[in-house]
Design a protein around this ligand. Sequence first.
Ligand code: UDX
Length: 447
Amino acid sequence: MALRITVIGTGYLGATHAAAMAELGFEVLGLDVVPEKIELLSTGRVPMYEPGLEEMLQRHVAGIEGSTGRLRFTTSWEEVGEFGDVHFVCVNTPQKHGEYACDMSYVDSAFDSLAPHLTRPALVVGKSTVPVGSAARLAARLAELAPAGAGAELAWNPEFLREGFAVNDTLHPDRIVVGVASEGAEKLLREVYAVPVAEGSPFVVTDFPTAELVKTSANSFLATKISFINAMAEVCEAADGDVVKLAEAIGHDDRIGKKFLRAGIGFGGGCLPKDIRAFMARAGELGADQALTFLREVDSINMRRRGHMVELAREAVGGGSFLGRRVAVLGAAFKPDSDDVRDSPALNVAGQIHLQGGQVTVFDPKGMDNARRLFPTLGYADSALEAVRGADVVLHLTEWREFRELDPAELGEVAARRIILDGRNALDSAVWREAGWTYRAMGRPKA
Ligand code: UDX
């Protein structure tokens, strides 16, 4: 009989994974503890913007006309325990309030809720990003709580999907990493991932701690790459160099590569910032904190970028206070093609200027609802044009395609002053300058 899969936690990761498993042909049952999420998912909709995800869900959610009916959702742990041969745990591990460490309470409670219902042999597969050592601890917990005893086994299978590309990254991953404790677990996971592996995704088999570390080290490397180029941007600014050219030139070296070398206001989102902090905290617990002190610098270079953008904006409005100044902010999501505003550099900059008395108006193509919820006191507009109306300075902070396609001449008609600061080095400076704008980017010469 074909494998039956459950997915526990239906946020970004879980909703995408559940739909992708159904797309690969498995019978899938998704669980969440929030009934509203289950109701929404059961109609083939998701509470976030992720290109292609709703379409994939609707191809499989039971009860939707024309669907395969392979995908269902529930809030019942009992049902999940009975249904699944393989259980993927996809709950989130946010940063602990006021601390660097990661909050494991959702993972722990998922295991504690699931385990008592594992009455027959099953493989529980952790996908959440966790501090190294968690898998070993959770394996022991499973053995203690599951009625199936040793029949309930654990594997660790970190997820590398990027928001905005979640569907493609899940169906065609760069690599599949599995931390296993037995050949049986490896065999089962090879069955689950047979299609992507046949299509070329490398399958890396390792132990628990290495699997956990692959995820945190990959994210640390990416964060380091971004902070490296942002550090070069600081030097370029001091020396009148051009970081965009510099990145292009060093990126031609295959050993360096072109990707993740876009300088600007830095990284944000629900992963990179909290993952590097949790990694430092865990290394400290292990007595290996010296190995990761460089990540402290990576984090502070990154946070400095936001402050630097605020200073550029202050300079643009004449220095001194922002009081009485109108600032248009284009972008709220932490990156384009996402409505996620968690630790968004754009909103952080907007918030700082607002707190210093500036009259800030934000527009984002998809992130408005989330931004309004998080920062209700900022001003919001329904379009880029409306945000720019009357502005003393325009800040381009999330590089949506729609912002690259704006007509600078049209915006120039409504702005109070034609000054644009490009916090993502993504606009065509020549076009803006031709339309009479003062264009200033980060890490590039002024004129
Ligand atoms: C990241 C990892 O890429 C992914 O593998 C992991 O599973 C989760 O964390 P995500 O947070 O979705 O994914 O976004 P990503 O595309 O990595 O971008 C992160 C941040 O870095 C964004 O704020 C983005 O704007 C910024 N960034 C990215 C840069 O500032 N410069 C770059 O060159 C690339």
